[in-house]
Design a protein around this ligand. Structure first.
Ligand code: FPP
Length: 263
């Protein structure tokens, strides 16, 4: 069930008929509620993360099948280090477990792995798992599965500003050369090129916060909040979120009346 209660968003929950021409090209997801799901099942919190990892596999395939170009998943934030050591340790081992079992499927589905975040601060074994997966899928030309790992939106913006300041100091650019395009190019999503900004941001588990996720990039994203915990997220929930997205008119601050005027 969705929290949004606008009329068009409550429309027909039975049949989900998506407009194949209006599939969001970049979907970003804040995967929340693993802990609450586990608590509800009388399981330790890490069981929620384990189940969440399996759901990532399903949703990756579902998004790729729908024709999504980039799927960005918030797997570990710069704030998540504050969690108990055992939980952080478990989360750090998840990329290895995930890629060990899932890289063949990624290759079969032509999906390329990318990572944003401060990867060099992760344990060596996590870095290794991530780098191997990136290398093994580097030639794939389909959807980009973009993990945000040790990522924080404010830090990303600060790092980008530092990089631009250095370019000014080096005499490569002048302060007045810094515009939105150049700033975007200094962010971690730069390699996603025209898909750098999410069209649709989904957060699970009923929370309606951004939690320091893609602060620059979500300037014009549509937000959809669903109350399923991430371990209960399914391809049907994904499709409903896309249906809500398609029911909205994105105007990017302009006056365009219909969706064909987008982008
Ligand atoms: C938020 O739920 C979830 C996380 C901080 C971790 C997300 C990780 C996964 C979904 C596993 C997949 C990861 C990989 C690398 C494949 P929470 O623990 O904050 O839940 P709560 O708010 O109910 O406590």
């Amino acid at each position: 069930m969705f929290f949004n209660d606008r009329h068009e968003e409550r429309a027909d929950k039975q049949a989900i008929e998506l407009d194949g021409q209006q599939i969001p090209q970049h979907i970003a997801i804040i995967m929340d509620g693993n802990g609450r799901w586990a608590k509800g099942q009388n399981l330790p919190r890490v069981a929620g993360h384990q189940r969440g990892m399996e759901v990532v596999k399903d949703i990756t395939k579902a998004a790729s099948d729908l024709g999504v170009k980039v799927l960005t998943l918030y797997a570990f934030s710069t704030e998540n280090w504050k969690r108990p050591e055992t939980e952080v340790g478990f989360l750090m081992k998840l990329p290895g477990k995930f890629f060990d079992t899932f890289v063949p499927d990624l290759i079969a589905n032509n999906i390329r792995v990318n990572v944003i975040g401060y990867v060099d601060q992760l344990p060596a074994y996590t870095q290794k798992a991530v780098k191997n997966a990136i290398a093994q899928t580097a030639n794939n030309t389909g959807m980009v599965l973009n993990f945000a790992l040790n990522y924080g939106g404010r830090s990303e913006i600060v790092s980008g500003a530092q990089e631009l300041a250095q370019q000014v100091l080096n005499g490569e650019i002048k302060p007045e050369d810094i515009d939105e395009t150049r700033f975007s190019q200094a962010l971690m999503t730069a390699s996603l090129n025209k898909y750098a900004d999410p069209d649709l941001l989904i957060r699970t588990s009923g929370e309606e916060r951004l939690s320091n996720f893609l602060l620059w990039q979500i300037a014009y994203s549509e937000f959809v909040f669903v109350d399923e915990h991430w371990p209960d997220f399914t391809s049907e929930v994904l499709k409903r979120a896309i249906m809500i997205y398609q029911s909205r008119h994105r105007r990017f601050g302009g006056l365009a009346e219909n969706k064909s005027d987008k982008k």
